[in-house]
Design a protein around this ligand. Structure first.
Ligand code: PLP
Length: 387
């Protein structure tokens, strides 16, 4: 299968085959790790499509084609991290451009907007993306980009991608809607099919899936934007190495089955927490109590593996709880096979302190992994019991 005809296949099949024809040189079924920095030329400029590995590497090409196929995009580019992917996209923005972003985004994304790109004359403002009228009202004459996460990190708000993309394009057809699809993955949610223009990923998370690699990607069907991003990928060089590309490709092969189980375990953990007397509030789009539950059911295949919650006793009790789980490891990141727990305000979202995006100090975020749900629930039960 080539990336040219992926639309004939379903996502489970694309995850295993897209961009990954057996190696033409040897017949190797798995895409080889082309661990080389340069490629021999038969004459000046005469080569087999590869010159220098910052510009292109066959293992990276396979990953880029696979990711593009999964998101239904014409083009894909892989980067050294999710932040490198986001940074490359931000380099396309011009001084005077206005970026309308959700008011709950990954702390590192906010930090890059606020501490770096604002000083280049790019305007950022933040809006409640669960409120379509608020989004419409916040679009400005110079709005060029709408930046969305859904579900958001860490409050798990769900934005209506179809409605927001429509509103943004009605406002000005030149506006580009960017969706960070890291939490949902293309298995659970397809932003481009819903009208978005660009998808970004931290492939470090569910796509890699095993907490053993850092990576990122940008996917789009816009040929001009892709050409500009490909120029920047080569010119600035924030590229992933071939081993990292291989690890993400290998992780993606099991994406569909992993995401099914992440969703099942996520729901089981959320239901357990919702019934627990020590828990004050649970935020999980798969629970009927979630304000955008109906939208999440429409827009996502399942509600995924991320659950946020508050315990009774405030930030002090939250700190005590995250230190007492045994299976849920206290660590940043998410989306791996193993379960993780963290306090966003003090860890992943420290940079939002004092900003309109500041995260409540007592909010606990868990990435529910693929262990047996009974063991995960027992672990949370013992930690809650000892509060
Ligand atoms: N986007 C989201 C939603 C994230 O959660 C993260 C990291 O946690 C990133 C982007 C950044 O990705 P990376 O850590 O691979 O640079």
């Amino acid at each position: 299968m080539t990336a040219r005809n992926p639309e004939r296949y379903k996502i489970e099949t694309l995850a295993i085959h897209a961009g990954q024809a057996p190696d033409p040189a040897t017949g190797a079924v798995m895409t080889p790790i082309y661990q080389t920095s340069t490629f021999v030329q038969q004459g000046v400029g005469e080569h087999k499509g590869y010159e220098y590995a910052r510009t292109g590497n066959p293992t990276r090409t396979a990953l880029e084609a696979c990711l593009a196929a999964l998101e239904g995009a014409a083009h894909g580019l892989a980067f050294a991290s999710g932040m490198a992917a986001i940074d490359t996209l931000l380099k396309v923005f011009d001084p005077g451009d206005h970026v309308l972003a959700g008011n709950d985004v990954y702390g590192g994304t906010f930090r890059l907007f606020d501490k770096q790109y604002k000083k280049y004359g790019i305007e950022f403002s933040y809006v409640e993306t669960t409120d379509l009228e608020a989004v419409r009202a916040a679009l400005r004459p110079n709005t060029r980009w709408v930046w969305l996460e859904t579900p958001t990190n860490p409050r798990l708000k769900v934005a209506d991608l179809r409605a927001i993309a429509q509103a943004a394009h009605d406002h000005d057809p030149a506006v580009r809607v960017v969706v960070d699809n890291t939490f949902a993955t293309p298995y659970l949610q397809q932003p481009l099919a819903l009208g978005a223009d660009v998808v970004v990923h931290s492939t470090t998370k569910y796509l890699g899936g095993h907490s053993d690699v850092v990576g990122g990607a940008v996917l789009t069907s816009d040929p001009q934007l892709h050409a500009r991003l490909a120029f920047l990928q080569n010119a600035a060089g924030a590229v992933p190495g071939p081993l990292d590309c291989f690890l993400v490709l290998r992780g993606i092969k099991t994406l569909a089955v992993r995401m099914e189980r992440h969703g099942e375990n996520g729901l089981a953990v959320a239901q357990f927490l919702a019934d627990h007397p020590q828990v004050a509030e649970v935020i999980y789009p798969g629970l009927e109590s979630h304000p955008q539950h109906a939208l999440a059911r429409r827009q996502m295949r399942n509600a995924g593996g991320m659950v946020s919650f508050f315990v009774r006793g405030g930030p002090g009790a939250a700190r005590a709880l995250v230190a007492r789980t045994r299976l849920f490891a206290l660590a940043e990141s998410l989306g791996g096979v193993e379960s993780l727990i963290e306090l966003p305000a003090a860890m992943t979202h420290g940079s939002t302190q004092g900003s309109p995006l500041e995260v409540d100090a007592g909010l606990i975020r868990v990435s529910v992994g693929l262990e047996h749900k009974d063991d995960l629930i027992a672990d949370l039960a013992q930690a809650l019991h000892s509060l």
